[in-house]
Structures are given as C-alpha cells and as structure tokens.
Design a protein around this ligand. Structure first.
Ligand code: GLN
Length: 465
C-alpha cells in the first residue's frame, strides 16, 4: 500500500505507464496470508516490483511506449516476469521508456519524458534557485521509468532491458545498482525484441545484494529461449567471500573518451586508488577496437531493428491505419502513425545496410568488427584480469532542456559510449553509484567481467557501495 501511495505522490515523474493497483493488492494479500501461516515462498515473496513496458504481461497492456502497441494485451507473460510472480513478488505496474527501447534519455516515448527524482532532491535544489519545472534532469534511458520507480522509492526492484546500456545508463543517473547479465543467463522470452543478439533483461535495485537476490530467482535455462544457458553454482549470500586484495582490475585506457566529465574522471581514479589500497592489483590495459564500437553497434542495431519491426504491419498487433487503399498503403500509413521518428529512422537505415549492394560493406563488416571487439575483452580476461573498471556514463544526468537540444542520433550514441561494447561481446556488467557530483546528482561506475562472472561483479559492487 505504501508503494502504491508513493506512486500517486510521485506521478509528476511519469515513471509508470500502467499501475496494476488491484492486482498488486490481491497479490500482497496472498503474500500476507502466506507469512501468517509461516510459509513464505522465498526471498522475494511479497516484494513489490515494476516492469519496463516492453516485457509482455498477461492481460496487462504492454505498449513499448509506442502508439503502435497502445491497447495491446499479450496472452502470456515474459519468463522473467512469470518467475517473479511465481515467487510471490507483487507487480506494481509497467514503466515508461523510450519508444521500443530506442534511446538513452527516456525522453522519446509516446507517453512523454520521465523525470529523474533527483531533480527534486535537496542537494540538487540547494542554492540553485531555479524552478523545478524548467531545469529538471532526465533519468537516462531507455529504462528510465524503472530507474525512476526504484529511485523514488515506489518500488524495491525493477526489470529493464539492456541492448546497448539501457538499464545501466538510467541506473547510473538515478543512483542505483544495476546488472546487465551475461547474454543467455536470463530468458528473453516475452521481451519485445530490439536487437535479439544483444538484448538482455536487466535488474535494478538500491543495493547489490538486492540485485543478487533477484538474479538468483531470475537466471536459468528456459525452453522458450534457446539462447539461455545453465547458471554457475549458486552462492546464496554474495558478499561473504569476496577478497578484494586478490583482485586483478583493469582500467581500459580507451575509455578516456571525449566528453567525459571532470567529476566522473576523478571518481574513476578515486575508486581505482581505493581498490589498490585494499590490495587489488590495478593496471591500465588496452581494448584497441573500442574506437569502432559505436559505429559498429549502430549498423548492427539498425539492421536487426529493420527485420524485427517488420512484424508491425497493422494486421496482427496493435494499431491499424484507416488508410487501406492497398496493402502497401496500409503498411506505410500504419507505420507512419504508429512509430516515432527514431524508430522509423532506424528501420530506414537498417534496410539500407541490408540492401544487396550494401550488405557486405556494412552489415558483414560490422559483424567482423563485433568479433574483434569481443576478442579484445576475451584477451584481457584470459590474461588473468578479473574485472574492468570504467565510467558508466560521461557525467551526471543532464537537464531535459539540454538533452533534447542535441540531435537524436548523436545524443543516443554519445550516451552509449561506455556501455554498448559489452552487449556486443555478450558480457556481464554492473553499474554502482559511487558519489554525488557537485550539483548533488549521482555518478556511477561500471564493472565489466568475463562471461558468467555476474555474481563476482555484484560482490565487488557491494564492496564499493
Ligand atoms: N541507447 C541505445 C539505443 O538507442 C541502447 C538502447 C537499449 O539498450 N535498449 O540503441
């Protein structure tokens, strides 16, 4: 009830698209009953959670923040959602995002932008004298609604999706811990695809331990997603056995990217020193193909988007245009009315990259570069490095006014600079808040590990938080 009240009090954040109030009340009552009988189902029984609105939820509207899917009620729930429900967790609602998870600001959805709760926090306000309505800061994206929900204390846990950074980016800008799991560790069944070869469900919470608890429930093989893998042997309490003095930490020198804020750079150095003082071996290393990764991500993302979005033809799901003079006219009008400019732009670019005459030059070339990027990481981890320490974002959250000044494509790709190569390599990464900036906004750092080292990353995040 407190969470539902909190959702109402924080409505101005625009974090939720749908609030499942009645369902939540029913589930909570059932959980209460189990506790009274002394038979809770497990660590998540009765724990409220929120879900990004690009995960299917049975009979509950699932929009991807797009006019294309308004009113769509899927006949099934995504595996990760179902697993939480089966454990007794209480669904509060569906959270806001950039349309079809394409973006880095949560500013580009059909339901309007999400506001970062830190815009209203005392340190940000103190002395600034500005009006909250004119200089509020964004949550980052595309899972900004999920991040705002957890950061504003209306939810304890939230699911996001991470294709190029979409859970880590908003978690960092909202001061949360978030895991982008190893590709295949969590099922994608029921997550409406953006880039199938990079998408993963991501988990956000206010502590590394909470994320680890959720991971324990969510991970594992799923017959409905053939890319899932068996998780490594489970340790129930993650913080018990991390010995920082035995860690070998890499600092990739290519991540000193243009645009990195002075404060984030200083944080990065401070945390590296802190690890070193605790006995860890901290060394600078090289991931030489990093400079190509943004462009490579862009080509591969658009190509998969072009193929994925073909299913939205006005016939099977959601929106159907009234213009039906021919089948082609129906497709065109449906997509013009249903998709925003970002989505249409990517479909167009992707179809260009996949043309017979551009296929080898763009798509195949990008796949080859992707392999080199993955190999850079593999070589570093093979040399004995346990994890890489990097910034998550270039700086703290920008104001909405500032963010929307830049052209859409540039701003999205700049914000992904530290995050998307991890998706191309399928590796796990965690963002952890380490400080507040001078303006009182959170700064997060990212830990990247070898495949299936998700828990180790969370343990180190727990040590740092
Ligand atoms: N910002 C990236 C993009 O727009 C990442 C999106 C995501 O991870 N869903 O593609």
């Amino acid at each position: 009830q407190k969470c539902l009240d909190r959702i109402k009090k924080t409505k101005h954040l625009n974090a939720y698209i749908t609030v499942t109030e009645e369902l939540a009340a029913r589930q909570a009552a059932a959980a209460d009953e189990r506790f009274r009988r002394g038979a809770p189902k497990g660590p998540l029984d009765g724990i409220p959670f929120a879900v990004k609105d690009n995960f299917c939820t049975e009979n509950i509207e699932t929009t991807c923040a797009s006019n294309m899917l308004k009113g769509y009620r899927p006949p099934f729930s995504a595996t990760v959602v179902q697993k939480l429900l089966d454990q007794g967790a209480v669904l509060l609602g569906k959270t806001n995002l950039d349309e079809f998870a394409m973006g880095s600001g949560s500013t580009d959805g059909a339901f309007g932008p999400v506001r970062n709760p830190w815009s209203y926090a005392a340190p940000y306000r103190d002395g600034s004298g500005a009006e909250p309505d004119s200089d509020w800061v964004i949550t980052g994206g595309s899972s900004g609604g999920s991040a705002a929900a957890v950061a504003s204390l209306s939810s304890f846990l939230a699911l996001g999706s991470d294709t190029g950074g979409s859970t880590r980016n908003p978690a960092a800008l909202c001061g949360l811990v978030s895991l982008k799991p190893t590709y295949g560790l969590l099922s994608r069944h029921g997550l409406i695809p953006l880039v199938n070869s990079m998408d993963v469900p991501g988990v956000m919470a206010r502590s590394a331990q909470d994320v680890a608890t959720a991971l324990g429930v969510l991970q594992g093989r799923d017959v409905l997603d053939s890319t899932t893998v068996c998780p490594p042997v489970e340790h129930s309490d993650l913080l018990e056995d991390i010995d920082v003095s035995r860690l070998h930490v890499g600092i990739p020198k290519e991540y000193h990217a243009p645009g990195l804020s002075r404060e984030t750079l200083a944080q990065w150095g401070r945390v590296a020193d802190m690890l070193e003082r605790a006995g860890a071996r901290v060394e600078t290393m090289s991931l030489p193909h990093t400079q190509y990764s943004i462009v490579c991500y862009h080509v591969l993302c658009c190509a998969e988007v072009a193929s994925n979005m073909a299913r939205f033809d006005g016939l099977q799901y959601g929106h159907r245009s009234a213009v039906d003079s021919s089948t082609d006219a129906l497709y065109a009008a449906t997509r013009l009315e249903g998709f925003n400019e970002v989505v249409r732009g990517r479909i167009l670019s992707g179809n260009y990259f996949l043309l017979k005459r551009s296929y080898l030059r763009y798509f195949v070339k990008a796949q080859q570069v992707r392999r080199l990027i993955a190999r850079d990481f593999a070589q570093v981890f093979r040399s004995g490095v346990h994890l890489l320490l990097t910034p998550t974002t270039l700086g703290h959250a920008p104001t909405h006014a500032h963010f929307i000044q830049e052209d859409n494509r540039t701003r999205s790709s700049q914000e992904d600079v530290f995050t998307q190569s991890v998706n191309m390599a399928g590796l796990p990464a965690v963002t952890v808040p380490t400080a507040l900036s001078g303006r009182g906004l959170p700064i997060g750092l990212q830990l990247i590990g070898a495949a299936l080292q998700d828990r180790r990353l969370l343990a180190v995040a727990g040590w740092l938080e």
